[in-house]
Write a protein that binds this ligand. Sequence first.
Ligand SMILES: [Zn+2]
Length: 378
Amino acid sequence: MTLLIDDIGELLTNDGPPLSNAAVLVDGERIGWVGPSAKAPAADRRVGVDGAAVLPGFVDSHAHLVFAGDRAAEFAARMAGEPYTGGGIRTTVAATRAASDNDLRRNVTRLVTEARRQGTTTIETKSGYGLSVDDEARSLRIARELTAETTFLGAHVVPAGVDPDAYVDLVRGPMLAACAAYAKWVDVFVERGAFDAEQAREILIAGAKLGLGLRVHANQLGPGPGVRLAVELGAASADHCTHLSDSDVDALAGSPTVATLLPGAEFSTRSAYPDARRLIDAGVTVALATDCNPGSSYTSSMPFCIALAVREMKMTPTEAVHAATAGGARALRRDDVGVLRAGARADLIVLDAPSHLHLAYRPGVPLIRTVLHNGVLQ
Ligand SMILES: [Zn+2]
């Protein structure tokens, strides 16, 4: 079964310059052909989109969707002047441990559906609100039902009342062993009050030995060793990158490690944004992601993050859309998403707008007209 999407006013492929008067052939779950309408091949079905813009589905490479409860009151208190410390994670841990499998499954499903309606066709999600062997393993088992991009984040915080060194031994030993079958990645929150570089190194190396790829929560709340560790260990991504030294930027620029920026976190904690311009100008590959979680960034909207990146992080609209699609794919080391070319997954968005520029130009407006995921209309 083939479908020709035709009359595309602006087609962003991330595989060459944008095309106008273009068409895309969807062949089952894959893109079959991309090019000018005048040269479009025959198809079983044809749909015209009246000059709308079409682009790859968003790749949200950083989210924390397996949790229970919300922290709206904590958000309100923060907006009234209380600082963000990361300590509220333990509130979510207690709610998550108390939730049934079905409650967790319902919540993840709701958030994945919410994200998809806003154009996200690939979403990564982490554990990290269980912090026990059984609760981390079930978080990942449930996440795996909804996405292939699952990340073991047992090293999110040290649970209350637990000795930090004993907890690191648990994470890199029995917890990792129980979780590895459900995870593609391993991640550590490297931050004062969470895990230091040596603890993170032990956990990441143990994960790599079990075949997991590496990601690092790095340099979010202050300067630190996270980015350097991510680069040294060949992590796919260093995430947050809010407080960087010149040597951190140089290290990223000379490496395949992507800097994943999460402006929803700075928005929701009323903090200074990372300097995307500095990273891009230095030659660093940048991804944009939501960091969707109940404490510091409870948004699943990639268009919102694009608008923030343009307004607050001095990215151009085109750079921000690229970071939210191709950048996210790089951060997940995927070459079959974030791009529209023959052979790639048929994951694409039709906008209620003539250009991708409108995603930043018209913030807060529901511009996602149609989402195709694996060739299926959502
Ligand atoms: Zn995060």
